[in-house]
Design a protein. Structure first.
Length: 224
């Protein structure tokens, strides 16, 4: 497989961030006096809706308390600030094999991209915590959050990343942890390797190029 670029999902793929997201949502809900508490089990179901603002909206509607768009935006902004704090204070590590794969691809002259439903701010937060670098020092292109109108499983965020990288889908490989992400990558015409994460284990990954426990067992073919 001749490759010019690797494109990474963020949450669950680069690092096991989703539990910190869940705690940040709950802290923001508590501060706002909403009395909502998303358990691990409930969050697994809620993750079927990609994007934090969209997830809040679906939950609010499901309990018969639809929130105005600006209230959701304010709640989500607070959640993002709490998440940044949790990441900065915690000991988040990249998932096994991530750091080495990115370094190898970089040294082989490949382009590196991000395609995620989370916000650009959260991608920065993660890069600083994991690589102690700015995102632009690690990745050539970041397609994130509201940069596209429709989030995963829609292919938009992958198509945007490919456009920024200037690479066609047959020359790139995507890395995902979820069925929604896999569907997005495939719909953009990309092959996709899946490393299921704690919240996505057991989902349907039938159309993946490979399903691996972690990127430690992924072998990148490097040509001179
Ligand atoms: C996973 C998501 C995100 C995070 C929360 O995205 O669905 O919504 O749960 O992020 P991916 P925000 O795996 O594509 O990175 O609250 O910032 O939306
Ligand atoms: Mg993910």
């Amino acid at each position: 497989m001749e490759l010019d670029a690797l494109i990474f999902d963020v949450d669950g793929t680069l690092a096991e961030t989703e539990e910190l997201h869940r705690r940040a949502f709950n802290a923001a809900f508590a501060e706002a006096g909403l009395g909502w508490l998303w358990s691990v089990g409930a969050y697994r179901d809620l993750l079927r809706t990609t994007g934090g603002k969209e997830r809040i909206a679906v939950h609010a509607a499901s309990i018969g308390l639809p929130l105005a768009t600006q209230d959701i935006a304010a709640l989500h902004a607070r959640k993002t600030a709490i998440y940044a704090d949790l990441v900065a204070r915690g000991d988040l590590r990249p998932r096994p094999g991530v750091r080495a794969l990115i370094a190898l691809a970089r040294s082989a002259g490949m382009k590196l991209g991000i395609a995620t439903t989370t916000s650009p701010a959260n991608v920065e937060t993660l890069c600083r915590a994991v690589w102690a670098r700015e995102v632009a020092e690690v990745f050539d292109a970041v397609a994130a959050g509201d940069a596209v109108a429709r989030k995963k499983p829609d292919p938009s965020v992958y198509l945007l990343c490919l456009e920024h990288l200037g690479v066609s889908p047959d020359r790139a490989l995507a890395f995902e942890d979820s069925a929604n992400g896999l569907r997005a990558a495939r719909a953009a015409g990309l092959r996709c390797v899946v490393t299921p994460a704690i919240y996505t284990e057991g989902e349907d990954f039938d159309c993946a190029e490979a399903v691996l426990p972690s990127l430690e067992s992924f072998r990148l073919q490097v040509t001179d």
